[in-house]
Design a protein around this ligand. Structure first.
Ligand code: ATP
Ligand code: PRP
Ligand code: MG
Length: 381
């Protein structure tokens, strides 16, 4: 059952416009409608539930990331909204729209989720129960940005400050903003002192609103900026509300109260961090003649691109010569970032390296995941 939020503002269903005439200040951001799931109580379940984006640009990248962490999702049929991660036995995967993942984390119907930070901010509304476990999964990059026409009265307006100072915006004729972010929008305008603002919303293609005469500006997600340019719109200095990328989020209540959620969160966090740290890193192994491991190490560390993560691993290569086992060669292993790869090969050869083998890294596990300690302290554990 959906209980509509009790809007303290005039709402006309016909135009789906949400008009507020803010005389003294932009109206208080409205709480997300209290959606009641089923009978309004989180079901008494044993399984741990992970919400993943069901379609669109976030879905494929999310599944790819999990696969690279050996957490492949086994989905029988793309239209089936429940799946599993064989490696995590007690976990169910539920495919949902990003905004519904946030809503179901708040209602207790999901324990963990992967969505964009913009969705967490807009639909989570700083709710204490939502914890960002990993804030930078390195995909889904975009920014929530205010944009105005490049032409007309806005031609020489290039900053939020200049927009705010325009004499056109009055109580009778406020600045009209079209956005899908009806919580973050008013909050941003209020925080930046824009008083005479009214918001309208639509489900998409917001960039058409100014040209249609429906709005003066839009507040929407921007990645490449193509859609803005193609619709003669421009971003303005100080107009970025937030930078967004995919994040791993969890319900505080679930991690504290539901058996196994904290452990599962820990394993996912370990894998995600170690994988993300390994992206773009290669292990380089080579053979080198030398009189001792220290002498070989001296030669390697004299090169700029051969220091590795901590330093080279050097192991003696034993062979039998004239009936005696000796170590004339040394095998070296170093970790090299992609951008320094070719240079490192050249430098290895220059100091006598041969048989240089390169392999991409899957994980780099540090002593401990830096975010894990932070999560435990956030949970008061
Ligand atoms: N250029 C972009 N436009 C929209 N979303 C983007 C963009 N780049 C990255 N994203 C991320 O993708 C998410 C939206 O994903 P997607 O469009 O698949 O979901 P959705 O449920 O269809 O969202 P919506 O219905 O609001 O469009 C955004 O919340 C954001 O985190
Ligand atoms: O900066 P760009 O790379 O051009 O991307 C930005 C556009 O992408 C999203 O729209 P989407 O494609 O989701 O369509 P919609 O607006 O109909 O939701 C967003 O709402 C912008 O319109
Ligand atoms: Mg759009």
């Amino acid at each position: 059952m959906l209980t509509m939020m009790n809007l303290p503002l005039h709402t006309s269903v016909r135009s789906r416009s949400w008009c507020c005439y803010a005389s003294l200040s932009v109206p208080q951001p409205q709480a997300e409608p209290q959606l009641l799931n089923g009978n309004g109580r989180a079901t008494d379940r044993k399984e741990i539930r992970l919400g993943l984006p069901s379609k669109g640009r976030m879905s494929a990248d999310t599944l790819e990331l999990l696969k690279n962490c050996q957490l492949s999702v086994k989905q029988v049929n793309p239209r089936q909204y429940v799946a599993e991660i064989p490696l995590l036995s007690n976990l169910e995967v539920w495919f949902q729209r990003p905004k519904d993942i946030v809503r179901k984390l708040l209602s207790g119907d999901l324990d963990l989720g992967i969505v964009g930070l913009d969705t967490v901010s807009e639909h989570g509304q700083s709710n204490e129960d939502l914890i960002i476990v990993h804030e930078a999964l390195e995909y889904g990059d975009c920014r929530l940005s205010l944009a105005i026409p490049q032409y007309g009265i806005f031609e020489n307006v290039n900053s939020l400050e200049e927009l705010a100072k325009m004499p056109q915006w009055t109580e009778e004729k406020p600045l009209r903003v079209a956005t899908g972010f009806t919580y973050l929008g008013p909050k941003f305008m209020k925080e930046n002192g824009l008083k005479h603002v009214t918001f309208s919303t639509a489900d998409g293609a917001l960039e058409a609103a100014p040209a249609m005469g429906i709005a003066d500006a839009i507040l929407d997600l921007v990645s490449s900026g193509t859609t803005l340019r193609e619709n003669n719109l421009k971003e303005i200095k100080g107009g970025v509300v937030l930078e967004s990328q995919a994040v791993l989020i969890a319900s505080r209540k679930s991690m504290i109260q539901r058996k196994g959620v904290l452990e599962t969160t820990h394993e996912m966090l370990e894998r995600l961090e170690a994988h993300l740290r390994a992206i773009g890193q290669f292990t380089v192994t080579a053979n080198m003649r030398g009189s001792s491991a220290e002498e070989v190490a001296e030669r390697i560390l004299s090169q700029t691109s051969l220091s590795g993560l901590q330093g080279p691993t050097i192991s003696p290569v034993f062979c039998k010569r004239d009936g005696k086992v000796t170590a004339d060669y040394y095998a070296i292993v170093i970790c090299v970032p992609k951008k320094a790869l070719y240079k490192s090969i050249q430098q290895l050869r220059a100091i006598g390296g041969s048989g240089v083998l390169i392999s991409p890294l899957t994980y780099i596990f540090d002593e401990e995941t830096p975010r894990w300690r932070q999560l435990l302290s956030e949970l008061g554990l």
